[in-house]
Design a binder for this molecule. Structure first.
Ligand SMILES: [Zn+2]
Length: 245
């Protein structure tokens, strides 16, 4: 039991520090999960799109159509858009999905709120924040602090490779566990490597290296030039990958 809790704890650290761009699969998975958790599974499936536009984190669009001459207006043709222009903390991506889901809940149930973030919206937002320990806000935009963090804190996973002939190399790998594991195992089969140290860092020094799983290692003159003193170490044990504190 104790070991199990420890593993969860390490993964939590990893998740908290992870900056990401959402994918369609990711948003669909979260939508299903949150629908079950916070809306009793009542929301019908919705069309989801990725957006690269500037100025918003998420957006729900729909049409208001009248059915028949004396018919009532109904909201339909819903599209939920999530912005993937810049890397964002995973928690902010999740809260953005939830924010748009509240708009969807109101519109799909044909509820009339007092304004676009009116009484009903606030009630639902506060309920979900309370029940889920979330931090959904009324804003669709990044505040200035988040903007600058999103820019400065682009985190990277860096492999520092020590070859058997004492040379040192660098490789930046996408920050998914499966990519890290793949690169860790494959590179050691392919090159004369003595050891690999893995780091999770925000330092812009590493921006010049392409992030990929290609088996390409960039030689560095000396490992002491690398700005890694503030980086977190990534530990690989068997098929487990986690960030140590
Ligand atoms: Zn909104």
């Amino acid at each position: 039991m104790q070991i199990y809790l420890l593993i969860l704890f390490f993964f939590r650290i990893f998740a908290e520090n992870l900056y990401m761009k959402a994918t369609l699969e990711y948003i669909e998975r979260r939508f299903k999960e949150y629908n079950a958790l916070y809306f009793g599974g009542s929301l019908p499936p919705v069309s989801i799109k990725l957006s690269h536009a500037k100025g918003f984190l998420g957006k729900l669009s729909y049409q208001r159509c009248k059915h028949g001459l004396f018919g009532r207006y109904r909201n339909e043709c819903f599209v939920l858009r999530i912005n993937v222009r810049i890397d964002l903390p995973e928690e902010l991506v999740e809260d953005t999905i939830l924010h748009e889901m509240i708009h969807y809940y109101i519109a799909v149930n044909q509820l009339v709120d007092s304004s676009s973030h009116g009484k009903i919206f606030r009630q639902e937002m506060e309920r979900i924040n309370r029940e889920g320990g979330r931090h959904i806000t009324l804003s669709h935009k990044l505040n200035e602090e988040q903007q600058s963090q999103a820019h400065v804190h682009k985190s990277r996973v860096v492999a520092v490779v020590h070859f058997t002939d004492a040379r040192t190399g660098i490789k930046v790998v996408p920050s998914q566990q499966r990519h890290i594991l793949y690169w860790h195992q494959t590179s050691q089969r392919r090159f004369p490597i003595r050891s690999i140290e893995w780091y999770y860092t925000n330092d812009e020094y590493f921006a010049k290296y392409p992030s990929s799983v290609a088996m390409k290692i960039f030689l560095v003159p000396s490992p002491t030039v690398l700005p890694l003193s503030d980086a977190k170490k990534i530990i690989i044990e068997g098929s487990r990958v986690y960030v140590s504190d």
